[in-house]
Design a protein around this ligand. Structure first.
Ligand code: HEC
Ligand code: HEC
Length: 347
């Protein structure tokens, strides 16, 4: 089993190569899509790369393709099978079954605010979204499809050829790499930052309950050190740590990228935005509830030679544990999660 999982993780990781340079696009407001124009106040403008700039038609094409099973070999899978808007673009099982009936060894990562990161997945692979997505079309773990077949299906489709022309220019054919570019544009548009916590920061002191405020203090205190790693507006330092998540690490994490022994069993600090709806938790989906996650931090995690020195017993009272969970729930952005532009696809 261990070998099987490692091979699968290694395969997953081959789907990542280069990094694109990004430039800021100041004006991302769309006339025809009010939902997406709610770029959170205080968030930097969404960095779209210069070779794949934002346009409303491309976001729309990417959105349709994201939810369409047409891209997978036997038309049974779309990105949304694993990245479901209901769960903040993750899903609710620890090991999703792939198109070829194989359980993935990793918990699905949320796609929210990915635009602001240059590292993807739990190992923090540095690859452009475009390349990663194009690779997913062909990977036996994802769509297991063939470039020519995807081209044929898109070309014969009743409305995709027109949408590709609107997005990429008159006469442009629906090439699968352009499909990946459009999906990448949609993924970058998944920006979430209108939670009760954000409203509180913007001056609405009633947005958080007293218990949540107490949990927030704890979260940002030296007593817990949560914010040493879950820092900044994304709630991640974009670094790699071992948090003593489990007694059994089947997954070497960051090691797959650096091949440095010191990086074994370390994982990219996940963002905690919308964490209330992204259960199960951690790289392996080992915890079903936020209460279980807090319980593991409280005991100081499981022993591991790579465990971060910030992870140590916290001696929290029952009320403090509950307050931390309540604070984490204040990071849920229901306005984002309920956007009709993706909820209308029936997920
Ligand atoms: C079979 C389930 C599955 C399907 C289908 C799938 N993904 Fe994923 N996706 C995952 C898993 C698992 C991860 C975490 C991978 C890792 O850590 O290496 C992930 C990670 C990602 C990430 C990195 C997210 C982050 O927070 O770092 C992006 C972006 C992504 N997927 C986009 C897509 C797109 C776009 C599609 C459709 C073309 C897709 N995925 C299809 C399971 C899936
Ligand atoms: C040393 C850095 C570090 C500290 C300190 C830390 N975390 Fe984490 N956190 C991480 C990493 C890394 C992961 C992923 C670990 C894994 O998958 O094995 C994680 C995972 C989580 C998750 C699961 C998120 C998901 O999407 O699966 C939650 C919730 C969480 N941390 C909350 C907290 C809270 C609350 C505290 C304070 C009590 C805290 N963390 C302290 C680095 C840290």
């Amino acid at each position: 089993m261990t070998n099987k999982r490692n091979i699968c993780v290694a395969l997953l990781l081959t789907s990542f190569f280069t990094l694109h340079s990004c430039k800021n696009l100041n004006d991302t407001v769309q006339e025809n899509d009010k939902d997406f124009s709610i770029q959170p106040k205080g968030f930097p403008s969404i960095p779209f790369p210069s070779d794949n700039p934002y346009s409303p038609s491309k976001e729309k094409l990417g959105r349709y393709l994201f939810f369409d099973k047409i891209l997978s070999k036997d038309s049974t899978f779309s990105c949304a099978n694993c990245h479901n808007p209901r769960y903040s673009f993750s899903n609710n099982v620890p090991n999703p079954i792939t198109i070829n009936g194989f359980p993935l060894p990793r918990n699905v990562a949320s796609l929210v605010n990915v635009a602001y990161r240059d590292k993807l997945g739990w190992s923090g692979v540095e690859e452009s979204l475009e390349n990663a997505i194009y690779h997913d079309f062909h990977s036996p773990l994802f769509f297991d499809n063939d470039t020519n077949e995807i081209f044929r299906r898109l070309s014969l489709h009743p409305f995709y050829p027109k949408m590709f022309e609107e997005s990429f220019g008159v006469g442009v054919k629906p090439h699968p790499y352009l499909a990946a570019k459009a999906i990448a544009t949609f993924v970058r548009s998944l920006v979430s930052g209108n939670s009760r916590y954000d409203k509180y920061l913007r001056g609405d002191t009633t947005a958080l309950s007293d218990k949540q405020k107490y949990g927030m203090k704890l979260f940002f205190s030296k007593k817990t050190n949560c914010s040493a790693c879950h820092s900044g507006f994304l709630f991640t330092d974009l670094q790699f740590h071992n948090t003593g998540t489990t007694n059994h690490y089947f997954d070497f994490g960051r090691f797959y990228v650096t091949r440095n022994y010191m990086d074994r069993n370390k994982f990219l600090t996940p963002s905690l935005r919308n964490v209330e709806v992204t259960a199960p938790y951690m790289h392996d989906g080992t915890y079903k509830t936020l209460e279980e996650v807090i319980e593991n931090y409280n005991r100081g995690g499981f022993p591991n030679i790579h465990k971060d020195s910030l992870i140590r017993p916290l001696n929290l009272t029952q009320y403090e544990k509950e307050a931390l969970v309540e604070f984490l729930k204040s990071l849920t952005d229901w306005e984002f999660l309920n956007q009709t532009r993706f909820r209308s696809f029936g997920y």
